[in-house]
Design a binder for this molecule. Structure first.
Ligand SMILES: O=C(O)CCC(=O)C(=O)O
Ligand SMILES: [Fe+2]
Length: 303
């Protein structure tokens, strides 16, 4: 179960024993800059459209929540290094004073401090070197606005239940509660995470690469109608060409996973299809569950 005390530093034992670890981050997330950037793009739809054109494959600023009541009721901005590299300098210069510079500096500081440190701890647990599987810095920096100006103002659904796809994620919150984790010992029971906590949790890739020694935790976000909540998430995943397989055969894993038939690129795409469906068009309550069932079926052996 989760440790309730935040720590400056944490150990492999903390990660091993908790589905979710509370951390006391070296810097706090710049929520006024985050709010500025959302507000600016909301008021300047031409800039938002120009920004999205630069990464049309998956988008950068996703605002479906304001038009489509059937999706998660939030806005997101994805600032992965690949996306940032493609944004023309004119747009970067326009957005710089509206939060972009501060937000990127924050994510840089956080990833420089934590990525290798946490991969080192996870390597101890996994009994294999995970750092070499993360050589290409396959990360995403996401900011999220659980806005009140939403297509479905009464909806409680901010983000449906899911397990992150990658190795680990660090979630920063603005003080407003809403994040919930599923109790590992009582599936279906949701425990709220305090709104001012910063949490570290692991995803599917960590489970598989560690041969099941690292736990991933299902989580979701409930909205409070009328309350705006902001969060910032660092997602860290293995390189896209890494084979999603344990170092040694694990009986509980499916044959394709044990044989190394999937790579991270394929897995991300597979999860992404279901994710986009949910973010864009899905039914509200249960599709996170469905997504996890489908992914669980790929990974675990069926008995
Ligand atoms: O906004 C949050 O607190 C968590 C978001 C999340 O779990 C995700 O985007 O994967
Ligand atoms: Fe998540």
């Amino acid at each position: 179960m989760a440790t309730q005390t935040s720590k400056n530093e944490f150990s492999a034992a903390d990660l091993l024993n908790s589905a979710l670890t509370f951390i006391n981050p070296i810097v706090t997330a710049p929520f006024s800059a985050i709010q500025n950037l959302f507000d600016y793009l909301g008021k300047n739809p031409q800039t938002a459209a120009a920004l999205n054109k630069t990464y049309s494959l998956r988008g950068i600023f996703k605002a479906a929540a304001t038009t489509n009541p059937a999706c998660d009721q939030k806005l997101t901005i994805d600032l992965s290094p690949t996306r940032i590299a493609r944004i023309p300098s004119a747009i970067k210069i326009e957005l710089a004073p509206h939060g972009l510079v501060e937000i990127l500096a924050f994510f840089d500081a956080i990833s420089q401090h934590y990525v290798v440190q946490i991969l080192t701890l996870l390597s101890t647990i996994a009994g294999r070197d995970l750092i070499s599987l993360h050589a290409n810095f396959n990360v995403n920096f996401r900011i999220i606005d659980y806005t009140t100006a939403t297509a479905s103002p009464q909806s409680l659904n901010g983000c449906g239940a899911h397990t992150d796809y990658g190795t680990f994620s660090i979630i920063f919150q603005d003080g407003n509660a809403g994040l919930e984790m599923e109790a590992p010992e009582a599936p279906g029971t949701w425990v709220s995470v305090p709104g001012n906590a910063t949490v570290l949790l692991c995803g599917w890739c960590a489970v598989v690469l560690s041969g099941g020694k690292v736990m991933a935790v299902r989580h979701r976000v409930r909205r409070v109608p009328g309350v705006r909540r902001l969060s910032a998430v660092l997602f860290v995943a293995p390189d896209l060409n890494v084979k999603l397989a344990p170092a040694e055969r694990v009986d509980a894993f499916s044959d394709p996973v044990n044989q190394g038939l999937f790579d991270v690129r394929w897995f991300k795409e597979e999860m992404g299809k279901k994710w986009r469906y949910r973010e864009g068009n899905g039914k509200l309550e249960d599709d996170g569950l469905e997504q996890d069932h489908d992914i669980g079926d790929l990974i675990w052996k069926s008995f």
